[in-house]
Design a protein around this ligand. Structure first.
Ligand code: PLP
Length: 409
């Protein structure tokens, strides 16, 4: 395939042209599935391709976003934080104010509505830290669907509040007790359950990852973030931002906000977690240190161990510790439209304290990575107006931060 360069590319119709029919963004993406699951993903893809053009589906999703989720979420100018930095002006897209406290509900409500239109009775997924599980359980409760969340026993023990939330919302939490009893085993277990019952259920992926059509579909459901933010920013300031910044785990909140600005003369930055250091196992910087490969049903950049298997990863933000990244990010990196860079655990924690103290907003540690990068830009160059996607609120992280970093207060 001919390699493209962002400077020669016209992004006006980009979102319609990518991915292609088979789910590729350039050389990344696709659907690598066991033969038994090919019909199930084909059914989801066909249903989505039809439904996403249906006026009824679109207007129902709009109503849900407004009345249930509380959209649009505001854009906020951080005056005190900006003043402490000099001339850079930092703005936040407040996804922390979306119902359930993060951007994840944007795609979970879309997936739930799709399930309902397809006549499915059950939503199935895995969860690591429980954030995706809680958002999906919320969608299931809203639509009156069953919900089955697979979760490693180690994670269940660590994430008691999220397990309680899922149960209150009516979800069945399935403990996974083999192997390391964490996310990887939970993925396998959820896939098995889906394989056994794909007539009645739909597998709901929690980011812009997985086999086609999920990277495209989850991006489409998150696009509302970028669309709102662009209009709001123009209305507030009369200008477009100079730079847009988001944290990248799988990459859904980032694709959401990036999509609004790809066709504009705006610098775009994706921020990966470099954890405690640059050695394999100390970080989850799949773009910075990964290589091309296939895992979890799609082709992208990934961190591999000696055997070529997904490598162990770490980040202080459990929502960012994924050994790969959405295929669209791998593409946007390759063509040079988005710059991917990183911050360390420590820098994210400093940003967490700064935003809490200076603006009265306690951010998720995931979102603190994006903010930390904006602060770093402000100190090293003069980036002008910077719009940061504040993907979630930090209530879930408060105890952990005080226990481990309380001496920095
Ligand atoms: C899950 C999560 C993330 C990371 O997921 P993406 O798909 O990369 O957006 C980021 N921020 C918050 C608050 C999360 O819950």
């Amino acid at each position: 395939m001919e390699k493209k360069n962002a400077r020669e590319m016209d992004f006006t119709n980009y979102l319609k042209e990518y991915p292609d029919q088979t789910g590729y963004f350039g050389e990344f993406g696709g659907a690598y599935l066991p033969p038994e699951l090919i019909p199930a993903f084909k059914e989801v893809n066909e249903a989505y391709q039809t439904i996403c053009h249906s006026a009824r589906f679109i207007s129902e999703l709009r109503r849900i976003r407004k009345e249930f989720q509380g959209r649009p979420t505001p854009v906020y100018h951080c005056e005190r934080l900006s003043k402490s930095l000099g001339t850079t002006q930092i703005y936040l897209k407040r996804e922390d104010l979306n119902h359930t406290g993060a951007h994840k509900l944007n795609h979970c409500m879309g997936e739930g509505l799709l399930a309902k239109y397809m006549g499915k009775k059950k939503l199935i997924a895995e969860t690591g830290a429980g954030q995706h599980g809680v958002a999906l359980a919320t969608a299931a409760a809203f639509f009156g669907l069953e919900c089955e969340i697979h979760m490693g026993e180690v994670d269940i023990a660590k994430q008691a509040p999220n397990v309680a939330r899922m149960k209150l919302l009516g979800a069945k939490v399935v403990p996974v007790s083999h192997g390391l009893k964490t996310l990887k085993e939970a993925v396998d277990s959820a896939f098995q359950a889906y394989l056994a019952d794909h007539e009645n259920s739909i597998y709901c992926i929690g980011s812009v990852v997985g086999p086609h059509p999920f990277p495209a579909m989850v991006r489409d459901f998150q696009m509302v973030v970028g669309k709102e933010a662009r209009e709001q920013f123009l209305e507030m300031t009369g200008y477009l931002p100079d730079a847009v910044v988001a944290a990248v785990g799988g990459g859904s909140n980032a694709m959401g906000i990036f999509s609004g600005f790809l066709a504009d003369p705006v610098k775009i930055y994706g921020v990966e977690p470099m954890g405690t250091g640059h050695e394999l196992g100390q970080h989850a910087a799949s773009m910075t240190y990964g290589s091309k490969g296939i895992m979890h049903g799609f082709e992208s950049m990934m961190l591999k161990d000696d055997m070529g298997e997904p490598a162990p990863v770490y980040s202080v933000a459990s929502g960012l510790d994924y050994p790969s990244v959405g295929p669209e990010h791998a593409f946007l990196n390759q063509i040079g439209r988005v710059k991917y860079d990183y911050v360390m655990d420590d820098e994210a924690i400093d940003a967490f304290f700064a935003l809490s103290r200076l603006e009265g907003i306690i951010p998720a540690i995931e979102s603190s990575h994006a903010l930390a990068y904006a602060i770093k830009l402000a100190k090293t160059e003069n980036p002008g107006f910077v719009l940061v996607n504040l993907s979630g609120r930090g209530d879930k992280d408060m105890d952990f931060v005080l226990e481990n970093y309380g001496d920095r207060l």
